[in-house]
Design a protein around this ligand. Sequence first.
Ligand code: ATP
Ligand code: LTN
Length: 331
Amino acid sequence: MSNKKKIFSGVQPSGNLTLGNYLGALRNFGLLQDDFDCLYCVVDLHSITVRQDPELLRERSYAVLALYLACGLDPDKNVLFLQSQVSGHAELGWALNCYTYMGELNRMTQFKDKSQKHADNINGGLYTYPVLMAADILLYNADMVPIGQDQKQHLELARNVAERFNKIYGDTFVIPEPFIPKTGARVMSLQDPTKKMSKSDDNVNNFILITEGKDKIIKKFKKAVTDSGSEIVYDEENKPGISNLMKIYASITSKSVEEVQKEFEGSRYGDFKMAVGNTVADTLEPIRIRYEELMQDKAYLDSVFKKGAERAKSMSEPMIDEVYRKIGFLR
Ligand code: ATP
Ligand code: LTN
Protein backbone atom coordinates (compact mmCIF):
# COMPACT_ATOMS: atom_id res chain seq x y z
CA MET A 1 0.00 0.00 0.00
CA SER A 2 1.16 3.53 -0.76
CA ASN A 3 0.87 6.76 1.18
CA LYS A 4 -2.47 7.56 -0.42
CA LYS A 5 -5.38 8.10 1.96
CA LYS A 6 -7.31 5.00 2.87
CA ILE A 7 -10.93 4.16 2.18
CA PHE A 8 -13.04 1.42 3.76
CA SER A 9 -16.62 0.50 3.01
CA GLY A 10 -18.86 -2.51 3.11
CA VAL A 11 -22.11 -3.92 1.79
CA GLN A 12 -24.15 -6.64 3.47
CA PRO A 13 -24.93 -9.81 1.51
CA SER A 14 -28.47 -9.71 2.89
CA GLY A 15 -30.35 -9.54 -0.41
CA ASN A 16 -30.10 -8.41 -3.99
CA LEU A 17 -28.56 -4.98 -4.28
CA THR A 18 -30.72 -2.06 -5.30
CA LEU A 19 -30.37 1.16 -7.20
CA GLY A 20 -30.06 2.77 -3.74
CA ASN A 21 -26.98 0.69 -2.96
CA TYR A 22 -25.57 1.57 -6.37
CA LEU A 23 -26.07 5.33 -6.20
CA GLY A 24 -25.41 5.63 -2.47
CA ALA A 25 -22.36 3.41 -2.34
CA LEU A 26 -21.13 1.14 -5.15
CA ARG A 27 -20.81 3.73 -7.87
CA ASN A 28 -18.70 5.92 -5.60
CA PHE A 29 -16.44 3.01 -4.72
CA GLY A 30 -15.35 2.88 -8.35
CA LEU A 31 -14.85 6.64 -8.58
CA LEU A 32 -12.48 6.58 -5.61
CA GLN A 33 -10.28 3.65 -6.64
CA ASP A 34 -7.66 5.69 -8.50
CA ASP A 35 -7.02 8.33 -5.87
CA PHE A 36 -7.17 6.24 -2.70
CA ASP A 37 -6.10 2.90 -1.32
CA CYS A 38 -9.46 1.18 -0.98
CA LEU A 39 -10.74 -1.79 0.94
CA TYR A 40 -14.22 -2.93 -0.01
CA CYS A 41 -15.67 -5.63 2.16
CA VAL A 42 -18.61 -8.00 1.84
CA VAL A 43 -19.80 -7.74 5.43
CA ASP A 44 -21.30 -11.17 6.03
CA LEU A 45 -20.80 -10.98 9.81
CA HIS A 46 -23.19 -8.04 9.81
CA SER A 47 -25.82 -9.81 7.78
CA ILE A 48 -26.49 -12.52 10.40
CA THR A 49 -28.03 -9.92 12.70
CA VAL A 50 -31.09 -10.91 10.68
CA ARG A 51 -31.69 -14.64 10.19
CA GLN A 52 -30.11 -15.91 6.94
CA ASP A 53 -30.45 -19.15 5.05
CA PRO A 54 -26.86 -20.58 4.95
CA GLU A 55 -26.86 -21.58 1.27
CA LEU A 56 -28.41 -18.30 0.20
CA LEU A 57 -25.94 -16.34 2.32
CA ARG A 58 -23.02 -18.01 0.53
CA GLU A 59 -24.58 -17.27 -2.86
CA ARG A 60 -25.26 -13.66 -1.93
CA SER A 61 -21.70 -13.18 -0.70
CA TYR A 62 -20.48 -14.16 -4.16
CA ALA A 63 -23.14 -11.92 -5.67
CA VAL A 64 -21.94 -8.81 -3.82
CA LEU A 65 -18.36 -9.50 -4.89
CA ALA A 66 -19.52 -10.07 -8.49
CA LEU A 67 -21.32 -6.72 -8.35
CA TYR A 68 -18.25 -4.96 -6.99
CA LEU A 69 -16.32 -6.31 -9.96
CA ALA A 70 -19.12 -5.67 -12.47
CA CYS A 71 -19.30 -2.05 -11.29
CA GLY A 72 -15.68 -1.70 -12.31
CA LEU A 73 -13.71 -2.31 -9.13
CA ASP A 74 -10.29 -3.63 -10.04
CA PRO A 75 -9.29 -6.55 -7.76
CA ASP A 76 -5.61 -5.69 -8.12
CA LYS A 77 -6.03 -2.05 -7.20
CA ASN A 78 -8.53 -2.59 -4.39
CA VAL A 79 -8.66 -5.05 -1.53
CA LEU A 80 -11.95 -6.88 -2.13
CA PHE A 81 -12.69 -9.36 0.62
CA LEU A 82 -15.14 -11.25 2.80
CA GLN A 83 -15.40 -10.05 6.40
CA SER A 84 -15.67 -13.52 7.99
CA GLN A 85 -12.38 -14.55 6.34
CA VAL A 86 -10.42 -11.95 8.31
CA SER A 87 -10.58 -12.64 12.04
CA GLY A 88 -9.51 -9.14 13.10
CA HIS A 89 -13.02 -7.75 12.55
CA ALA A 90 -14.60 -9.96 15.21
CA GLU A 91 -11.59 -9.51 17.52
CA LEU A 92 -11.56 -5.74 17.41
CA GLY A 93 -15.36 -5.72 17.45
CA TRP A 94 -15.39 -7.50 20.79
CA ALA A 95 -12.78 -5.20 22.30
CA LEU A 96 -14.59 -2.06 21.14
CA ASN A 97 -17.87 -3.34 22.60
CA CYS A 98 -16.25 -2.71 25.96
CA TYR A 99 -15.61 0.93 25.04
CA THR A 100 -19.12 1.67 23.76
CA TYR A 101 -21.95 2.73 26.05
CA MET A 102 -25.43 1.29 25.93
CA GLY A 103 -26.70 4.87 25.95
CA GLU A 104 -24.95 5.41 22.63
CA LEU A 105 -26.34 2.24 21.10
CA ASN A 106 -29.84 3.10 22.34
CA ARG A 107 -29.84 6.13 20.08
CA MET A 108 -29.20 4.20 16.85
CA THR A 109 -32.20 4.64 14.58
CA GLN A 110 -31.37 1.62 12.41
CA PHE A 111 -31.64 -0.59 15.50
CA LYS A 112 -35.04 0.88 16.28
CA ASP A 113 -36.22 0.36 12.69
CA LYS A 114 -34.87 -3.16 12.38
CA SER A 115 -36.17 -4.31 15.75
CA GLN A 116 -39.62 -3.19 14.71
CA LYS A 117 -39.29 -5.06 11.44
CA HIS A 118 -37.88 -8.22 13.04
CA ALA A 119 -39.77 -8.16 16.33
CA ASP A 120 -39.33 -11.93 16.76
CA ASN A 121 -35.52 -11.75 16.63
CA ILE A 122 -34.20 -8.70 18.45
CA ASN A 123 -30.81 -10.21 19.18
CA GLY A 124 -27.67 -8.85 20.83
CA GLY A 125 -25.85 -8.68 17.50
CA LEU A 126 -28.46 -6.36 16.03
CA TYR A 127 -27.95 -4.08 19.01
CA THR A 128 -24.15 -4.00 18.96
CA TYR A 129 -23.86 -4.06 15.17
CA PRO A 130 -22.61 -0.45 14.94
CA VAL A 131 -19.61 -1.44 17.08
CA LEU A 132 -18.64 -4.11 14.56
CA MET A 133 -18.96 -1.49 11.84
CA ALA A 134 -16.65 0.79 13.84
CA ALA A 135 -14.17 -2.09 14.12
CA ASP A 136 -14.30 -2.68 10.34
CA ILE A 137 -13.25 0.90 9.71
CA LEU A 138 -10.80 1.46 12.57
CA LEU A 139 -9.00 -1.83 11.99
CA TYR A 140 -7.42 -0.38 8.83
CA ASN A 141 -7.07 3.24 9.93
CA ALA A 142 -9.42 4.29 7.13
CA ASP A 143 -9.50 8.04 6.52
CA MET A 144 -12.76 8.06 4.62
CA VAL A 145 -15.88 5.91 4.43
CA PRO A 146 -18.20 6.17 1.42
CA ILE A 147 -21.75 5.49 2.64
CA GLY A 148 -25.38 6.42 2.08
CA GLN A 149 -27.10 8.87 4.40
CA ASP A 150 -28.59 6.10 6.56
CA GLN A 151 -25.13 5.10 7.83
CA LYS A 152 -24.07 8.56 8.97
CA GLN A 153 -25.12 7.96 12.56
CA HIS A 154 -23.08 4.75 12.70
CA LEU A 155 -20.03 6.59 11.45
CA GLU A 156 -20.47 9.23 14.15
CA LEU A 157 -20.43 6.43 16.70
CA ALA A 158 -17.24 4.99 15.19
CA ARG A 159 -15.61 8.40 15.54
CA ASN A 160 -16.68 8.71 19.17
CA VAL A 161 -15.44 5.24 20.09
CA ALA A 162 -12.12 5.90 18.34
CA GLU A 163 -11.67 9.19 20.16
CA ARG A 164 -12.50 7.56 23.49
CA PHE A 165 -9.98 4.78 22.93
CA ASN A 166 -7.30 7.26 21.83
CA LYS A 167 -7.89 9.34 24.93
CA ILE A 168 -7.39 6.38 27.24
CA TYR A 169 -4.46 4.69 25.48
CA GLY A 170 -2.88 7.42 23.37
CA ASP A 171 -3.08 7.80 19.59
CA THR A 172 -4.22 4.50 18.13
CA PHE A 173 -6.99 5.03 15.58
CA VAL A 174 -7.40 7.49 12.73
CA ILE A 175 -10.71 9.35 13.12
CA PRO A 176 -12.63 8.52 9.91
CA GLU A 177 -14.66 10.97 7.83
CA PRO A 178 -17.91 10.06 6.07
CA PHE A 179 -18.09 10.45 2.30
CA ILE A 180 -21.74 10.93 1.39
CA PRO A 181 -22.67 11.72 -2.23
CA LYS A 182 -24.53 14.97 -2.99
CA THR A 183 -27.29 13.21 -4.89
CA GLY A 184 -28.10 9.53 -4.50
CA ALA A 185 -27.31 9.40 -0.78
CA ARG A 186 -30.88 8.51 0.03
CA VAL A 187 -32.83 6.90 -2.78
CA MET A 188 -36.42 6.46 -1.68
CA SER A 189 -38.90 3.64 -2.27
CA LEU A 190 -40.77 3.94 -5.59
CA GLN A 191 -44.14 3.16 -4.05
CA ASP A 192 -43.64 5.00 -0.76
CA PRO A 193 -41.20 7.85 -1.30
CA THR A 194 -41.22 8.71 2.40
CA LYS A 195 -39.15 5.62 3.19
CA LYS A 196 -35.72 4.46 2.03
CA MET A 197 -35.40 2.09 -0.93
CA SER A 198 -34.35 -1.14 0.76
CA LYS A 199 -33.29 -4.51 -0.61
CA SER A 200 -35.11 -6.29 2.18
CA ASP A 201 -38.46 -4.69 1.33
CA ASP A 202 -41.39 -7.10 0.95
CA ASN A 203 -42.90 -5.22 -1.97
CA VAL A 204 -40.76 -5.74 -5.09
CA ASN A 205 -42.22 -2.63 -6.71
CA ASN A 206 -40.52 -0.51 -4.07
CA PHE A 207 -37.05 -1.15 -5.39
CA ILE A 208 -35.02 -1.47 -8.58
CA LEU A 209 -32.39 -4.18 -8.48
CA ILE A 210 -29.02 -3.54 -10.10
CA THR A 211 -29.42 -6.86 -11.88
CA GLU A 212 -32.96 -6.37 -13.15
CA GLY A 213 -33.58 -6.37 -16.90
CA LYS A 214 -34.59 -3.30 -18.90
CA ASP A 215 -38.28 -4.18 -19.31
CA LYS A 216 -38.79 -4.75 -15.62
CA ILE A 217 -36.97 -1.57 -14.68
CA ILE A 218 -39.08 0.53 -17.03
CA LYS A 219 -42.26 -1.12 -15.81
CA LYS A 220 -41.40 -0.32 -12.20
CA PHE A 221 -40.65 3.31 -13.00
CA LYS A 222 -43.92 3.58 -14.89
CA LYS A 223 -45.70 2.30 -11.77
CA ALA A 224 -43.80 4.60 -9.40
CA VAL A 225 -46.13 6.81 -7.39
CA THR A 226 -46.17 10.43 -8.35
CA ASP A 227 -47.86 13.34 -6.68
CA SER A 228 -50.75 15.63 -7.40
CA GLY A 229 -50.14 18.34 -9.98
CA SER A 230 -48.40 17.77 -13.26
CA GLU A 231 -45.19 19.77 -13.20
CA ILE A 232 -41.71 18.32 -12.85
CA VAL A 233 -40.54 20.49 -9.97
CA TYR A 234 -38.35 19.61 -7.03
CA ASP A 235 -40.30 19.87 -3.78
CA GLU A 236 -39.45 17.12 -1.31
CA GLU A 237 -42.26 17.97 1.07
CA ASN A 238 -45.18 18.32 -1.31
CA LYS A 239 -43.91 16.20 -4.20
CA PRO A 240 -41.82 13.42 -2.64
CA GLY A 241 -42.46 10.99 -5.53
CA ILE A 242 -41.37 13.29 -8.35
CA SER A 243 -38.54 14.68 -6.25
CA ASN A 244 -37.19 11.17 -5.68
CA LEU A 245 -37.28 10.44 -9.42
CA MET A 246 -35.58 13.75 -10.12
CA LYS A 247 -32.82 12.92 -7.67
CA ILE A 248 -32.34 9.48 -9.20
CA TYR A 249 -32.09 10.99 -12.67
CA ALA A 250 -29.75 13.75 -11.46
CA SER A 251 -27.51 11.28 -9.73
CA ILE A 252 -27.29 8.83 -12.60
CA THR A 253 -26.59 11.53 -15.19
CA SER A 254 -24.33 13.54 -12.84
CA LYS A 255 -26.52 16.60 -13.28
CA SER A 256 -27.87 18.93 -10.61
CA VAL A 257 -31.53 18.80 -9.65
CA GLU A 258 -31.89 22.33 -11.08
CA GLU A 259 -30.57 21.16 -14.45
CA VAL A 260 -33.00 18.25 -14.42
CA GLN A 261 -35.88 20.60 -13.65
CA LYS A 262 -34.92 22.76 -16.61
CA GLU A 263 -34.53 19.78 -18.92
CA PHE A 264 -38.07 18.56 -18.20
CA GLU A 265 -39.84 21.90 -18.03
CA GLY A 266 -43.21 21.44 -19.72
CA SER A 267 -42.88 17.63 -19.88
CA ARG A 268 -45.55 15.34 -18.50
CA TYR A 269 -45.07 12.89 -15.62
CA GLY A 270 -45.36 9.92 -17.97
CA ASP A 271 -42.63 11.14 -20.31
CA PHE A 272 -40.36 11.98 -17.42
CA LYS A 273 -40.83 8.54 -15.86
CA MET A 274 -39.95 6.91 -19.20
CA ALA A 275 -36.79 9.01 -19.43
CA VAL A 276 -35.73 8.05 -15.91
CA GLY A 277 -36.51 4.37 -16.53
CA ASN A 278 -34.56 4.29 -19.79
CA THR A 279 -31.53 6.06 -18.37
CA VAL A 280 -31.39 3.86 -15.28
CA ALA A 281 -31.85 0.68 -17.35
CA ASP A 282 -29.15 1.67 -19.85
CA THR A 283 -26.70 2.42 -17.05
CA LEU A 284 -27.35 -0.85 -15.25
CA GLU A 285 -27.46 -3.10 -18.34
CA PRO A 286 -23.68 -3.59 -18.81
CA ILE A 287 -23.29 -4.20 -15.07
CA ARG A 288 -25.96 -6.91 -15.17
CA ILE A 289 -24.33 -8.63 -18.13
CA ARG A 290 -20.90 -8.67 -16.50
CA TYR A 291 -22.44 -9.77 -13.19
CA GLU A 292 -24.08 -12.77 -14.82
CA GLU A 293 -20.81 -13.83 -16.44
CA LEU A 294 -18.92 -13.52 -13.17
CA MET A 295 -21.50 -15.55 -11.25
CA GLN A 296 -20.76 -18.46 -13.60
CA ASP A 297 -17.18 -18.55 -12.37
CA LYS A 298 -17.15 -19.19 -8.63
CA ALA A 299 -13.55 -20.41 -8.75
CA TYR A 300 -12.49 -16.98 -9.95
CA LEU A 301 -14.60 -15.25 -7.29
CA ASP A 302 -13.05 -17.53 -4.64
CA SER A 303 -9.59 -16.57 -5.86
CA VAL A 304 -10.42 -12.87 -5.55
CA PHE A 305 -11.72 -13.43 -2.01
CA LYS A 306 -8.62 -15.44 -1.13
CA LYS A 307 -6.20 -12.80 -2.31
CA GLY A 308 -8.28 -10.06 -0.66
CA ALA A 309 -8.36 -11.87 2.67
CA GLU A 310 -4.59 -12.35 2.62
CA ARG A 311 -3.99 -8.68 2.00
CA ALA A 312 -6.59 -7.56 4.54
CA LYS A 313 -5.12 -9.91 7.14
CA SER A 314 -1.62 -8.59 6.77
CA MET A 315 -2.91 -5.02 6.90
CA SER A 316 -5.02 -5.61 10.03
CA GLU A 317 -2.72 -7.75 12.15
CA PRO A 318 -0.50 -4.88 13.37
CA MET A 319 -3.60 -3.04 14.61
CA ILE A 320 -4.90 -6.03 16.57
CA ASP A 321 -1.45 -6.41 18.05
CA GLU A 322 -1.27 -2.76 19.07
CA VAL A 323 -4.78 -2.67 20.54
CA TYR A 324 -4.34 -5.92 22.46
CA ARG A 325 -1.01 -4.76 23.82
CA LYS A 326 -2.44 -1.40 24.90
CA ILE A 327 -5.42 -3.03 26.60
CA GLY A 328 -3.09 -5.31 28.55
CA PHE A 329 -3.33 -8.68 26.85
CA LEU A 330 -0.12 -10.72 26.85
CA ARG A 331 1.37 -10.91 23.35
P1 ATP B 1 -31.22 -3.31 4.15
O1 ATP B 1 -32.05 -2.48 3.24
O2 ATP B 1 -31.34 -4.77 3.96
O3 ATP B 1 -31.24 -2.86 5.57
P2 ATP B 1 -29.08 -1.80 3.18
O4 ATP B 1 -29.23 -1.81 1.72
O5 ATP B 1 -29.47 -0.60 3.95
O6 ATP B 1 -29.74 -3.09 3.74
P3 ATP B 1 -26.26 -2.38 2.86
O7 ATP B 1 -26.47 -3.27 1.74
O8 ATP B 1 -25.22 -2.85 3.77
O9 ATP B 1 -27.58 -2.11 3.66
O10 ATP B 1 -25.88 -0.94 2.37
C1 ATP B 1 -24.76 -0.74 1.59
C2 ATP B 1 -24.58 0.71 1.29
O11 ATP B 1 -25.67 1.19 0.50
C3 ATP B 1 -24.52 1.61 2.54
O12 ATP B 1 -23.49 2.55 2.38
C4 ATP B 1 -25.86 2.28 2.55
O13 ATP B 1 -25.81 3.55 3.16
C5 ATP B 1 -26.17 2.40 1.06
N1 ATP B 1 -27.62 2.45 0.84
C6 ATP B 1 -28.52 1.51 1.20
N2 ATP B 1 -29.76 1.88 0.82
C7 ATP B 1 -29.63 3.10 0.21
C8 ATP B 1 -30.56 4.02 -0.39
N3 ATP B 1 -31.85 3.76 -0.47
N4 ATP B 1 -30.06 5.16 -0.92
C9 ATP B 1 -28.74 5.44 -0.88
N5 ATP B 1 -27.82 4.63 -0.31
C10 ATP B 1 -28.26 3.47 0.22
N1 LTN C 1 -23.64 -0.91 8.25
C1 LTN C 1 -23.59 -0.85 6.83
C2 LTN C 1 -22.66 -1.88 6.24
C3 LTN C 1 -21.30 -1.76 6.80
C4 LTN C 1 -20.33 -0.75 6.54
C5 LTN C 1 -19.19 -1.09 7.32
C6 LTN C 1 -20.33 0.40 5.75
C7 LTN C 1 -20.72 -2.63 7.68
N2 LTN C 1 -19.48 -2.23 7.98
C8 LTN C 1 -18.06 -0.28 7.33
C9 LTN C 1 -19.18 1.20 5.76
C10 LTN C 1 -18.07 0.85 6.55
C11 LTN C 1 -25.00 -1.01 6.30
O1 LTN C 1 -25.82 -1.64 6.88
N3 LTN C 1 -25.29 -0.44 5.19
